[in-house]
Ligand binder design. Structure first.
Ligand code: NAP
Length: 325
């Protein structure tokens, strides 16, 4: 059998790359610059590994009629045209679960930083060198302990966020389409409709997948429901929040602050008005970015890739190869 041709959209850690190179003819996008549309870049492929969120489109499948597998390094696969993959019987894999605790940790890093002014404090002392005397009246934040957190999209990551909230003695509300009475009992958390959750929560965190239904699920109407002291954390996907409405809500004091790990578009334009707000903190999509977790993710993605190339069942599959259940 010919050596399969594989393209990897961003550099992956060497130990995993070496294993893939042992079995495949690998081309990898090496620079840190923006990747051109994948279809323009590559010859016909047998396998594609996406390490990043560049769109994988139907057009790309036309130029790679033998493509057997798309292996996503990450749990969200909204950048892949799922209908086109399904139609062509291409296998699709991702890396769920392994990043849930790590992404929950980052949710808490953002939540605590926003609530307790960690970045303005850093700017005050180290960037602007303004700490000349002890001032008891600057940079007051909001209590996190004993506050109410509303978790929107309570799946693997939302569950891990809820567990951490309990250590802060918080009241935990959650919203998803199907209730989880087992989790309510296990963790002592409460289900709430989205409207109620937004009205009463001090902190709202987003963990939904990006779908038609979740696109702009937090917009003008939702910000109007929220407390003026509320802080929003979006670590799901940028388009879950309407950025124009977010700008208005933050600049008009409809909510107190926000922290985003994800934006629309990504990267956010350097002249975007959101970047000028001092009650907003933006991280460059770091949810799963730890040494340990990224290694596990690329290893899982490699296992999916190898299985898909052989037409076998993907261990972490969204769509299995045609004829495989
Ligand atoms: P998951 O286990 O599938 O959980 C997603 C949850 O969202 C499910 O509980 C689902 O419950 C709920 N949901 C789906 N559609 C909804 C809707 N319309 N309204 C309300 N809830 C809805 O996924 P996960 O592993 O926790 O990951 C969640 C998302 O986080 C991923 O899809 C990805 O986009 C994002 N993510 C981001 C990073 C990062 O680096 N920032 C890292 C990892 C993941 P129901 O079906 O009952 O509604």
């Amino acid at each position: 059998m010919a050596v399969p041709k594989v393209f990897i959209t961003r550099p992956i850690p060497e130990p995993v790359l070496v294993q893939i190179q042992a079995e495949c003819d690998v081309d990898m996008w090496h620079t840190s610059a923006i990747l051109p549309p994948i279809a323009e870049k590559i010859p016909p492929l047998d396998g594609l590994m996406t390490y990043g969120h560049e769109p994988v489109t139907a057009q790309m499948f036309d130029t790679s009629p033998n493509l057997k597998v798309v292996s996503v390094v990450g749990v969200g696969y909204d950048h892949v045209d799922e209908d086109a993959v399904r139609e062509r019987g291409i296998a699709l894999g991702h890396t769920p679960g392994v990043l849930s605790d790590t992404t929950a940790d980052m949710t808490w890093a953002l939540l605590l930083a926003a609530a307790r002014n960690v970045v303005p404090a850093y700017n005050h002392v180290q960037v602007n060198k303004q700490w000349h005397y002890y001032d008891p009246n600057i940079l007051w934040g909001y209590d996190v302990h004993h506050a109410t957190i509303g978790i929107v999209g309570m799946g693997r990551i939302g569950y891990a966020v809820a567990k951490r909230a309990l250590a802060f003695d918080m009241k935990v509300l959650y919203y998803k389409r199907e209730r989880r009475p087992d989790w309510e009992e296990e963790l002592g958390i409460e289900y709430a409709e989205l409207e109620h959750l937004l009205k009463v929560s001090d902190f709202v965190t987003l963990h939904v997948p990006l779908t038609e239904e979740t696109t702009h699920m937090i917009g003008k109407d939702e910000f109007e429901l929220m407390k003026p002291t509320a802080i929003l954390v979006n670590i799901a996907r940028g388009p879950a929040v309407d950025h124009e409405a977010l700008y208005e809500a933050l600049s008009e004091g409809q909510i107190a602050g926000a922290a985003l790990d994800v934006t629309e578009p990504e990267p956010i334009n350097t002249d975007h008005p959101l970047l000028d707000l001092d009650n907003l903190l933006i991280a460059p999509h770091l949810g799963s970015a730890t040494i340990q977790t990224r290694m596990k993710m690329v290893t899982m993605a490699m296992e999916n890739l190898f299985a898909g190339l052989k037409g076998e069942r993907l261990p972490y599959g969204v769509l299995q190869p045609r004829g495989v259940s």
